[in-house]
Design a protein around this ligand. Structure first.
Ligand code: FAD
Length: 482
């Protein structure tokens, strides 16, 4: 076969690892495509071929999965970031959008969109991820309560199926494939291009944090904020267990509203819940925005001495995790194992979950942040492959843990994995109705339980669009057929 790009059999180490740094599956080759036909031809060749019948193909975005999902043992990994064509193309007007290559990083889309005074509506907390990678899951952050996840904010996709056919799909055309691919864990096709919805971009952000010691007050306020029309533009939160000098650490980037009181606040030995919110604005609106914020805050029940505020540019706010990445890289703590768990928890179960997990299983949060925030299901599209709990309001709870490779203590991988098992085994209690986000299972029975009533649709779509189960073997859902 002749490619516009090239197929590499050497230097394939990068394709056999990921951000999780726990799974290392060596591929047979890595394709660096330069054209869409490079990708469609290799899939078609493998689909049509009887000789190479065990070969699988994994699209690799930025490789920021944590359980080997973008890897292919003895298969072909397609480095989607190599496909730089076509260039981003912007359409301004009433409903602005941008057409991007699926291997594009969200950070690049942000910078380019801002040149047009525009930006995507819905984000992830970290922007050095590809469009294809996040759309294969959902793409959830603090804007999702208003705009839904990133998979809600896509008008059209160009996809190559597991049969090697290139198809353009949207809500109106080839709807089944469009819905299958969104949140589809890479099972039905490789996304080549996406048309992303944009909105006018603000210039600045008021970024606010406040603490609660009472979980009910915390969740009541979060739920109030996601259901009110006069609210913030971003609503998240996190759990802090037994952290030393917490508010002192915040002072490098946030200002306390009441410095004297804040100095006296003690976080040691406590379980605290931090509300994190943000309001977008342009400099000329600053006074009005301050009034709006004061009104919203006056109706919340946080501990008054713990209110901290900061004012940053929109880019600095959205790209905030990159600042932590740079610091961790300097200390050699970025490329370590990341045994993460992400959960979607229905509102009815969040208190039982909190009592058991934050009150008993988790002894501290020094190994990485634990995020917790609610979203409204009414803002999420029906019919995609994403599995969510069966309740209108559900919480994203993310244990973003880092392990120290050589440690045998509580920051070591063994200890964290044991703790994760306890959390996951608690979550299996059927009445809780908890679903994994960025799910990971080792056999098909578990996947069937994950999809529940939607399994038949998922399996039917697989046999329609990727009947030989060539694509995304690292998800371990279907066995390669021949
Ligand atoms: P990869 O890891 O390369 O691929 C993920 C899966 O998608 C694989 O199965 C792969 O085969 C498939 N895939 C990749 N590209 C394509 C394509 N073009 N077509 C079809 N399938 C494809 N997620 C959130 O929702 N919200 C967050 O706030 C968030 N924050 C994160 C922060 C960090 C630091 C990290 C490491 C991850 C975070 N994630 C978050 C998770 C992230 O969205 C997913 O892991 C995502 O899949 C990573 O994108 P990627 O480009 O690295 O994909």
């Amino acid at each position: 076969m002749i490619f516009d790009g090239h197929l590499s059999f050497n230097n394939i180490e990068n394709a056999s690892t990921d951000f999780g740094n726990r799974y290392h599956l060596t591929p047979f080759a890595v394709l660096h495509p330069k054209s869409i036909s490079d990708i469609s031809s290799i899939i078609k060749h493998i689909y049509d071929s009887n000789i190479t019948s065990d070969l699988t193909i994994a699209a690799r975005g930025h490789g920021h999965s944590v359980e080997g999902q973008s890897q292919a043992h003895q298969g072909v990994v397609i480095s989607m970031e190599s496909l730089r064509a076509p260039e981003m193309s912007f359409h301004t007007g009433l409903n602005p959008f941008v057409d991007v290559s699926a291997g594009e990083l969200w950070i690049n889309i942000l910078h380019e969109s801002l040149r047009h005074g525009l930006a995507p509506k819905s984000w992830t907390d970290y922007l050095h991820l590809t469009v294809g990678g996040t759309l294969s899951n959902a793409g959830i952050s603090g804007q999702a309560f208003r705009h839904g996840p990133q998979i809600n904010n896509v008008y059209q996709l160009q996809v190559v199926t597991g049969r090697g056919e290139v198809v353009t799909c949207s809500e109106e055309h080839n709807t089944d494939l469009f819905q299958a691919v969104l949140g589809g864990l890479g099972q039905f096709g490789i996304i080549l291009q996406a048309r992303i919805a944009l909105e006018p971009a603000p210039k600045m952000v008021k970024w606010i944090r406040a603490l609660y010691s009472d979980f009910s007050l915390f969740t009541n306020d979060q739920e109030k904020l996601i259901s009110s029309t006069n609210s913030f533009d971003y609503v998240e939160g996190f759990v802090i267990i037994n952290r030393t000098g917490l508010l002192n650490n915040w002072r490098s980037s946030f200002n306390p509203k009441d410095p004297v009181q804040a100095k006296q606040f003690i976080s040691e030995g406590k379980t605290l819940f931090c509300l994190e919110v943000a309001k977008y604005f342009n400099p000329e609106e600053s006074d009005n925005i301050n009034q709006d914020i004061d009104t919203i805050l006056s109706e919340l029940n946080y501990i008054e001495s713990t209110l901290f505020q900061s004012e940053v540019s929109y880019v600095d706010f959205l790209d905030r995790v990159h600042v932590s990445e740079k610091k961790l890289r300097e200390k050699g703590l970025w490329d370590v194992p990341h045994p993460w768990i992400n959960l979607l928890i229905p509102r009815r179960s969040i208190h039982e979950f909190s009592r058991e997990v934050f009150g008993d299983i988790l002894k501290d949060t020094s190994n990485g942040p634990v995020l917790i925030y609610p979203v409204n299901k009414s803002r999420w599209k029906n019919g995609t492959s994403l599995v969510t709990p069966d309740e209108d309001v559900f919480y994203l709870v993310a244990f973003l843990t880092s392990a120290i490779p050589s440690s045998t203590g509580k920051d070591g991988l063994k200890h964290i994995l044991t703790q994760n098992e306890k959390i996951l085994s608690f979550c299996e209690r059927p009445h809780l109705g908890i679903k994994q986000y960025l799910p990971h299972y080792s056999n098909q029975e578990e996947w069937k339980a994950h999809f529940g009533n939607n399994w038949n649709i998922f399996a039917r779509r697989k046999s329609t669009y990727d009947p030989l189960a060539i694509l995304a073997p690292g998800q371990r859902i279907f066995k390669r057929a021949n």
